[in-house]
Design a protein around this ligand. Structure first.
Ligand SMILES: Cc1ncc(COP(=O)(O)O)c(C=O)c1O
Length: 447
């Protein structure tokens, strides 16, 4: 593959684009210039190779340049590039059947397709309010559910304040994240009991009859790949059921084999009422997200019309990409591959933690991992700076890229290790050789 973009195009992008997730004022913002990508690698405009350690935004699960998915999109574009979403077409029927009959938990009955994860959550909020006739929505602190208005109101990050006032009636409950938590529990079960009791108390205080749904990422994603203490998700399922509150699992990041099963909630044997998904459903070859609803909610819509919608719901190109991507997951035995590599990634992360004092915690499930740098509640702001007083992650991420050829994402004091699921053991080794060197150089002198 040869370089196609000129430096002038890059300057035009800098001059005219407003970049999402830009972490500096636009006049100082120098976006990384990517030219092309293949497998687990991306290449800059000079042809330099980088390993994509986070699969971009944890969405390019199957890796780049998959010829079968590209061919499916081309074929779909020629046959039927678009129809209004109130009409039916074969590929959407085939994908819906595959999702409901084969992939989703057994209690799911219908699926709506959106363009991405935020929209999926917007529709899930609507469905939950309509089905229950209730108004309030619970979600967790230290969560991310998207950037549109409803999804931002679900999001539990402290810097969501830029959006205040969020939608009234969106209430946050404490995150069961054990690392850095001020109470030390003897067992995970004890932690689970503690956090479930707090959430149930909150439900009772808010008035169970007023709460439509409780949203939770099945694995907390961009806030640091937090896995919940044993039995926590199952406990939430029981509490929500007890009060007639819908449980919505946001699987936008954790779904589609990232966590070792189609959906991470399936690893816990939890059947939510609604699942939202996006990203890995077609590995980002075209925009697509969706909402799976239970048979009961499906039956509600069998009896009621649903007049809302977006022009690009069920977009044929996204649908064709999803069908082809799921076929690729199966053809390449991706689920088995992820489960085989799961303990290896855990081991490599544990070795990194044992070696580096700056690594405070490591967490992973499937090929969904995080490295959290040393953390202390009292010294949170200090510890995130290096000895020159510079913001730590703000430097580490560009350094990992420029000096070590590792492209990843992070937030707070955490970076993600979530490479494309087709990665080999040898390629994982290569990532960790480079991470080891980079952390010795940049992080072990944290103040
Ligand atoms: C768990 C979760 N939910 C929702 C979203 C929003 O998805 P999108 O960016 O496709 O709107 C994201 C995006 O990262 C996510 O990680």
């Amino acid at each position: 593959m040869t370089q196609t973009n000129s430096i002038n195009d890059y300057e035009s992008a800098r001059k005219y684009n407003l970049f999402s997730f830009a972490n500096a004022p636009h006049k100082d913002y120098k976006p990384f210039h990517i030219d092309h990508a293949n497998g687990i690698y991306v290449y800059d405009e000079k042809g330099k190779e980088y390993i994509d350690v986070s699969s971009q935004l944890v969405n390019v699960n199957i890796g780049f340049n998959n010829k079968n998915i590209i061919a499916a999109i081309q074929k779909q574009a020629e046959r039927l590039a678009y129809i209004a979403p109130r009409h039916a077409f074969d590929e959407a029927g085939e994908l819906s059947k595959l999702l409901i009959e084969e992939i989703a938990p057994k209690n799911m009955g219908k699926v709506l397709f959106t363009l991405g994860g935020s929209e999926a959550n917007e529709f899930a909020i609507r469905f939950a309010k309509a089905f229950t006739g209730r108004d309030k929505i619970l979600s967790k602190y230290e969560s991310y559910h998207g950037s549109s208005y409803g999804a931002s109101s679900l999001t539990g990050e402290s810097d969501r304040a830029s959006l205040f006032p969020t939608i009234p009636g969106f209430i946050k409950f404490p995150a069961p994240h054990l690392y850095g938590y001020d109470i030390k529990f003897k067992t995970e079960e004890e932690a689970t009991k503690h956090f479930l009791a707090r959430t149930e108390y909150q439900i009772q205080q808010e008035g169970p009859d007023t709460i439509a749904a409780l949203f939770i990422e099945s694995v907390t994603g961009s806030n640091g790949v937090y896995l919940y203490p044993k039995g926590y998700l199952k406990g939430l399922r029981e509490i929500t059921k007890k009060y007639g509150i819908l449980l919505v699992c946001d699987e936008v990041m954790s779904g589609f084999l990232r966590s070792g099963d189609w959906f991470a909630c399936q690893r816990e044997d939890v059947e939510p009422d609604i699942i939202t998904f996006a990203k890995g459903v077609n590995s980002a070859y075209a925009p697509l997200g969706g909402v799976l609803v239970s048979k009961e909610i499906g039956e509600y819509y069998a009896q009621n019309s649903f007049t809302a919608g977006l022009t690009y719901n069920t977009h044929p190109l996204g649908v064709a990409a999803a069908l082809a991507c799921i076929k690729e997951y199966k053809r390449l035995n991706v689920k088995e591959h992820v489960l085989e590599l799961e303990p290896y990634l855990k081991q490599k992360l544990a070795e990194l933690k044992a070696k580096h004092k700056s690594v405070g915690d490591v967490r992973s499930i499937g090929l969904f991992g995080a490295i959290e740098f040393s953390y202390s509640k009292d010294h949170k702001d200090v510890i995130r700076k290096n000895k020159n007083g510079e913001a730590f992650l703000g430097n580490l991420i560009p350094d990992l890229r420029n000096k070590y050829g590792l492209l990843t994402m992070g937030g707070g004091s955490t970076i993600l290790v979530a490479p494309p699921l087709i990665i080999t053991k040898e390629q994982i080794d290569e990532i960790f050789v480079r991470l080891d060197k980079a952390i010795s150089e940049f992080a072990d002198d944290l103040v």
